[in-house]
Design a protein around this ligand. Structure first.
Ligand SMILES: [Fe+2]
Length: 188
């Protein structure tokens, strides 16, 4: 039987999933959740915060498009969590995960919690799952730059580097002839 917490989480996920659409949810959010849960177990972090952080981390860019005065999507995230019945303590931590994720893209690297750091690491690892979707030379080049940048700057936890080591090795092997530039790539 599902616990009350599971039911609450499923309701939020369903609601946000509809906003992202099936493709983004399945190709990015689900793999990120998988990595996030594994890292939570390894690092003894609060899984509820990490899961919700991952669910909302790209909402501004890919799910909620009417965000006047809410550039990081944190207000809409907090409202939805409040509505679902999450306590303020959890909401605050989830909002921090979402803000930190966007901060990293702006070059800020000080996470206030292990949960926020896990969200960023899981997000970066999940981007390797997009490799099969890159078909044109341009999209391959873009993705190679993005993955190199993120492996360097966003996969910061030793546990995440161990988790992604084989994926990164295969990526290097498969795309060794694809030219990359050292430019900073801004992505979800
Ligand atoms: Fe993302």
């Amino acid at each position: 039987m599902k616990s009350e917490e599971d039911v609450k989480m499923q309701k939020v996920k369903k609601k946000v999933m509809r906003k992202y659409g099936e493709y983004y949810w399945e190709r990015h959010i689900l793999p990120a959740l998988e990595f996030g849960r594994t890292l939570c177990r390894k690092l003894n972090a609060t899984c509820t915060v990490v899961e919700l952080g991952i669910v909302f981390h790209d909402a501004t860019k890919f799910a909620f498009h009417d965000l006047n005065g809410d550039p990081l999507g944190t207000k809409v995230c907090a409202e939805m969590l409040r509505e679902a019945g999450y306590p303020e303590e959890i909401i605050e931590k989830v909002v921090e995960c979402v803000s930190y994720h966007w901060g990293v893209h702006r070059g800020e690297h000080t996470a206030h919690s292990i949960e926020a750091e896990i969200v960023v690491n899981a997000d970066a690892l999940a981007h390797f799952k997009f490799l099969d979707d890159a078909t044109s030379e341009d999209s391959k080049k873009w993705l190679c730059e993005k993955l190199e940048f993120e492996w360097e700057h966003m996969v910061s936890l030793t546990e995440a580097r161990e988790l992604g080591a084989e994926m990164y090795r295969q990526f290097k092997e498969r795309f060794k002839s694809t030219p990359t530039q050292s430019s900073q790539v801004v992505c979800g």
